[in-house]
Structure formats: structure tokens, C-alpha cells
Design a protein around this ligand. Structure first.
Ligand code: ARG
Length: 464
């Protein structure tokens, strides 16, 4: 098949080189955006008098048919086409002859592909936004149901201080809120139109770039035509956002997997999100969480591939840049697939609060509160810290817990300790008395739940 760009060369490519050069298997998914871009371009060209209204009408109605037929499956996208832009234009010309050939007036595939990719990613990002919101919703719903359930908080994976389970979950809600705000920022910077930049230098035709930008829902035309077709920082930025989302999902996954183990037994994932073993009948494996954790590496790889592809490129367009879409689409697909299972997996997990509490009762996680008790009764904190260290060490040797000691035993360490110590170091008091803003205290957690719910309401209103 002769190429549409045959001219300087005869357009007859070696078969393997032709396959190597083609991107249709990747960019065919942008057919709707490609056609929307062409319709906006043709509309603008006719409004500016570059092509006639009757030609524009023919082009637009044929493009609309092509779009419908691809969607219904009536028209198959040919795997032999070089890319989606060439395919659509070839079908158009086949159908309406010479008029179809006018569409590419004052346009280049360089501004076309940059436009299509941005439009396509805008819609993928909308899906990611919806899914992040539903994950935050799952998280805050489970948090609300477990706002008084005490568990050990960990540092270095060692039991550290008592917290409520809701507080731990709400930490993830905060991360996902920041992910959404990063996504907002990346989308708003991506939301400018390359159309009308042409190959790199703009055009001699009296086009109206503001009009085509407006028709496509972009906030403005890109300010510099070379930048418009050369940079792919929007792809890098989106992949960075996707990578951070995956890193958060991966940490969350890791905890869900740990908590599901017999050793922790803090939660049980619903059967719908676990698998069995082909040989060990007793097994219930957290495959979905493990896959989400595993797939983070692949999205980080997409980001690295894109950065590396761009780093040595001279301006303006180079064919290397065709590689951007494979990485970008894979990153978005992976984030979407992970989020689609994550939100319902979190929502349906069974929380075993009694095991969390039992774990919280071991491990001396109220030791800081005992030190605070001594400090509040007049002992300098560093001395209190040492005294409690001795008490804990003696308890470990004697197989006792802090609430298992008698007042008389406590008095051997310090006269400052009296009867009220037991109330002061009970797990409930440890949580209740955490009054600082953002802490695990009941009041603070209640506030976090409320503000997260308000956040969700506001965001959902914006979407509608
Ligand atoms: N398929 C190409 C891509 O994805 C379209 C742009 C081609 N431009 C060119 N000057 N060869 O990058």
C-alpha cells in the first residue's frame, strides 16, 4: 500500500520496517478523540474561510459516520494503517474523494497527535478521579464503623502506641486526597490545545486557534508552537501522579496482606477478593492486594521509560515520541484496574477488632503514657523515660504487663506513682487523652471523618 506521505520517497516501505513504524495497535483507542479533533479543525477552518462551509459539512458528516461505524463495529480499524490519524483520513478520502483531502490543510500529525493524546488522557483521568473518590469513600466508611476500635500503632513494625483503627485508615484517605489534588494540577496544565502549531512553526493560513481550543474544551491554545509539539511533560507528570498513587496502593496492599495473615489476624478480606491454593486446602490468599503491590513496579517503569525516551531529544518532534502512548496508556490502565478492585475490597473486608485489641494489650504500648504520667507528677521527662524503661524491662523478665503491677510494686520505682496510674495508662485513656490536632484521639478522629465526608460531598458536586 502506498503511503499518504509518498512524494519525496516512493512510499513503499520494507514490510518489517512498516510494521516497526506503525503505532495503530496502540493509538487506535484514540479514534474518538482523533475524529473530534478533526471535526473541530474543519469547523474552525470553515469559520475562518480557509475551506468552504459546504466542504466542511461534507467532511464533518462523513467523520461522524466513521466514528459511529467504528464504535458499532461496522468499520474495522485496519491493522495495516500506519496510525489512527492516517487511517481516519484515508477512510474519509475514500468516501468523499477530493473534499476529504482538504481536511489536513493547516494541520500536521505533530499537532494532531499531541491534541488527541491530551484529549484521551483527560477522559482517563476523569475515570481515575471517580475511582479515587470511591476508594476514599470506602476508607472513610470503614473508618466510621471502627472509630473506637483500638489497635497497636507501629513504628519499625514494632508495637509503638495505641491508636484507633479509623485513624490508620484515615491516613490513607489523606494520601488519596493529595493524589487527587496532584491529578487536578497535572490535568489543568495538560489542558491546553496544541492544534494549530502544525509541524512546529505555525501556519500562513488565517486560522483561529482559540476557536478550535474552545470547541475541544481546552482552556487555551498552547503559547509556543514548538513547545506544543515537542514536549511530553504532561505524560511525565501524569505518570508521576500514577506512580505515587501506585506507591500508596502498594503500601496499603502490604498492610492488608500482613493483617490478613494468621500472625496478625486483624482483618479478613472478602472471598470475592481472595483466591485459594491449588494444593493447600486451608489457604486464602490476598491475590488482588498482592497484584496491586506488584503492579506498582510496572507503572514506575512506564515513568522511567518516558523520562528516558525524552531526555536527549532535540526539539521539535522526533519519532521516538511515538513511544509515549504505550507507557502512558499502560500506566493509566494499570491504575484504573487496581483502583477498580481496591475500593470494594476495602469496603467489604471484615475487621477483627477483638484481635486488634488483644494485640494492643501486649507490647507495652502504654509505656509512653506512663512516662507522661510521671512527668506530669513532677519528674523530668528524660528521667521518667529511664524509669519506665526499667519497669518495662523488669516486667518482661517477670512475665507481667504494666497494668498487672501493684501500686506497692510501682512505688519501688517512684513515690510519685499512686492508685490513679491504672486509669491513666489504660488503653482507652491513652487514646482519649490524645487531644492534639490530627491525633488518634476520639475527638480528632471524629473531626477527620467529618471533614473527609465533606470533602467527598464537595468533589462529587463538582463532577455533576
Ligand atoms: N504516530 C505518530 C506518533 O504517535 C504520529 C505523529 C507522526 N508525525 C510524524 N512527523 N511522523 O507520534
Amino acid at each position: 500500500m502506498k503511503k499518504m506521505w509518498a512524494g519525496r520517497t516512493d512510499g513503499a516501505l520494507d514490510k518489517l520496517a512498516d510494521d516497526f513504524n506503525s503505532s495503530i495497535h496502540i493509538d487506535k483507542r484514540m479514534y474518538k478523540e482523533d475524529i473530534a479533533g478533526s471535526i473541530a479543525h474543519a469547523t474552525m477552518l470553515s469559520e475562518c474561510g480557509v475551506i468552504s462551509h459546504s466542504d466542511a459539512d461534507k467532511i464533518i458528516s462523513a467523520l461522524a459516520d466513521i466514528c459511529e461505524e467504528i464504535t458499532s463495529g461496522e468499520l474495522e480499524i485496519s491493522p495495516d494503517a500506519e496510525d489512527i490519524h492516517m487511517f481516519v483520513e484515508a477512510v474519509l478520502t475514500e468516501r468523499i474523494g477530493d473534499v476529504g483531502k482538504k481536511l489536513h490543510t493547516s494541520r500536521s500529525r505533530n499537532d494532531q497527535v499531541a491534541t488527541d493524546t491530551r484529549l484521551y488522557m483527560k477522559s482517563r483521568c476523569q475515570r481515575i478521579e471517580e475511582l479515587l473518590l470511591s476508594l476514599i469513600e470506602s476508607t472513610v466508611t470503614v473508618a466510621d464503623e471502627h472509630k473506637r476500635d483500638i489497635m497497636p500503632g507501629y513504628t519499625h513494625l514494632q508495637r509503638a502506641q495505641p491508636i484507633v483503627f479509623a485513624h490508620h485508615l484515615l491516613a490513607y484517605a489523606e494520601m488519596f486526597k493529595r493524589d487527587l489534588s496532584r491529578l487536578d494540577g497535572a490535568v489543568s496544565r495538560m489542558n491546553v490545545s496544541p492544534l494549530g502549531a502544525l509541524a512546529l512553526a505555525g501556519t500562513t493560513y488565517p486560522i483561529d486557534r482559540r476557536r478550535s481550543a474552545e470547541l475541544l474544551g481546552f482552556s487555551a491554545p498552547a503559547a509556543n508552537s514548538i513547545d506544543a509539539v515537542s514536549d511530553r511533560d504532561f505524560a511525565v507528570e501524569l505518570l508521576s501522579v500514577f506512580s505515587i498513587i501506585m506507591m500508596h496502593l502498594s503500601r496499603f496492599s502490604e498492610e492488608l496482606i500482613l493483617w490478613s495473615s494468621w500472625e496478625f489476624s486483624f482483618i479478613e478480606l472478602d472471598d470475592a477478593y481472595t483466591t485459594g491454593s491449588s494444593i493447600m486446602p486451608q489457604k486464602k490468599n490476598s491475590d488482588m492486594a498482592e497484584l496491586a503491590r506488584g503492579k506498582s513496579g510496572r507503572v514506575f517503569g512506564d515513568l522511567m521509560a518516558t523520562l528516558t525516551m525524552l531526555k536527549g531529544l532535540p526539539l521539535a518532534y522526533n519519532k521516538d515520541m511515538q513511544e509515549d502512548k504505550e507507557a502512558l496508556f499502560d500506566g493509566a490502565d494499570t491504575v484504573i484496574a487496581c483502583l477498580e478492585v481496591f475500593a470494594p475490597m476495602v469496603r467489604t473486608m471484615k475487621v477483627k477488632s477483638e484481635n486488634m485489641l488483644a494485640a494492643a494489650k501486649r507490647g507495652f504500648i502504654n509505656a509512653t503514657d506512663l512516662a507522661d504520667y510521671l512527668t506530669k507528677h513532677g519528674m523530668p521527662f528524660r528521667d521518667a523515660y529511664k524509669t519506665v524503661g526499667r519497669i518495662v524491662s523488669d516486667c518482661i523478665s517477670a512475665g507481667k504487663t504494666l497494668d498487672g503491677l501493684t501500686v506497692a510494686e510501682y512505688k519501688k520505682y517512684s513515690e510519685l506513682i499512686s492508685d490513679d496510674v491504672f486509669g491513666e495508662i489504660s488503653l482507652e485513656t491513652c487514646v482519649e487523652k490524645r487531644i492534639s490536632e490530627g491525633s488518634t484521639g476520639y475527638a480528632s478522629v471524629e473531626k477527620q471523618i467529618k471533614s473527609t465526608k465533606e470533602y467527598l460531598e464537595e468533589r462529587k458536586e463538582k463532577i455533576q
